[in-house]
Design a protein around this ligand. Structure first.
Ligand SMILES: [Zn+2]
Length: 306
């Protein structure tokens, strides 16, 4: 019985060895195919990874957030920590800006506007949305809306720096230009300032507006950069259709400022143009052709430097 078992084991191991040897032979024969198979797997892996990289790059480029860099940037942005915004006015002459690259016109132009930082209280502005209220992605290009303060610059700044927890009272511009041509930075360009209520921009691409709040009509705020001109004293707190107009310094600063951005002329408009509430007429007494002429001069000066 034991002998039988031993011989059985022997014959079993013989069978195993023979099949192993056969397998080895088969493997030898299949070796080139296996190598080719592994090589093609490797090539496919490389191909897929580079393709996904391309896809990722396209995704980043089509991100609407990337467009915010086209807005004019605060002159002192590089030295300001936006996390620690202080709601007080810091007056600084432009000459103190150490990073001259932020202010390329300085090199050729006699017009070097002074600027102040007077950040609005965070209740008076918000984030720019990538989707509207229905979850539809929004891809509007940046545009600029011009306003006037209708009162003193200081009065307007006080309103923006006052905390407003009631949504109906929240208001801000990105930037204000005082009568002497000083730039006042109020809301960072990548944030959504609350400069316009019910509004639509009739662009070359059609009607543009975005609804972001169920309580309010759609507006241009999600893709607008709001700039306001300080109204001359004869236009303060009245409903007159006109006033004495803006100073030469304001026109120059406005043109100089917008020339720092890539926003095209056909995407620069006024509050009056975009308003759909029927009661906004600002900026009153604004000479648009004069401004456009200056803008072209400043943009030409910029392109000469570049
Ligand atoms: Zn306005």
């Amino acid at each position: 019985m034991t002998q039988y078992l031993v011989s059985l084991r022997q014959s079993q191991s013989q069978i195993i060895f023979t099949s192993l040897a056969k397998m080895k032979l088969r493997f030898k024969a299949a070796k080139p195919f296996l190598l080719i198979f592994l090589l093609s797997l490797f090539l496919m892996a490389i191909l897929f990874s580079s393709e996904s990289e391309i896809l990722q790059k396209t995704k980043i480029n089509s991100n609407p957030k990337a467009a915010w860099s086209q807005y004019p940037k605060p002159q002192a942005e590089s030295s300001q920590n936006q996390e620690k915004v202080k709601p007080e006015i810091q007056e600084k002459p432009t000459q103190n800006v150490s990073n001259i690259e932020l202010n390329p016109v300085n090199a050729t132009s006699a017009h070097t506007p002074r600027y102040k930082i007077a950040w609005a209280h965070p209740t008076n502005y918000g984030e720019r949305f990538t989707k509207d209220i229905n979850g539809v992605a929004v891809y509007n290009q940046p545009m600029i809306v011009l306003h006037e303060t209708a009162g003193s610059a200081l009065g307007a700044i006080n309103v923006f720096q006052t905390p407003h927890y009631d949504e109906n009272k929240q208001v801000s511009y990105h930037t204000l230009i005082e009568l002497d041509g000083t730039v006042v930075y109020i809301v960072p360009p990548d944030k959504r300032a609350f400069g316009a209520g019910n509004s639509v921009f009739e662009s070359p691409n059609g009607k543009e507006t975005v609804k972001t709040n169920p309580k309010f009509a759609p507006s241009v705020n999600n893709f607008a950069y709001h700039i306001s001109l300080e109204t001359p004293p004869d236009g303060w707190d009245n409903q007159n259709p006109t006033h004495s107009g803006y100073t030469e310094e304001q026109y120059n600063t406005l043109a100089w400022f917008i020339a720092q951005s890539n926003v095209p002329e056909n995407r620069i408009t006024t509050h009056r143009e975009v308003d759909r509430s029927g009661n906004k007429v600002d900026p009153r007494s604004f000479d648009f052709p004069k401004f456009l002429n200056l803008l072209q001069i400043y943009r030409q000066a910029n392109s000469n430097i570049k």
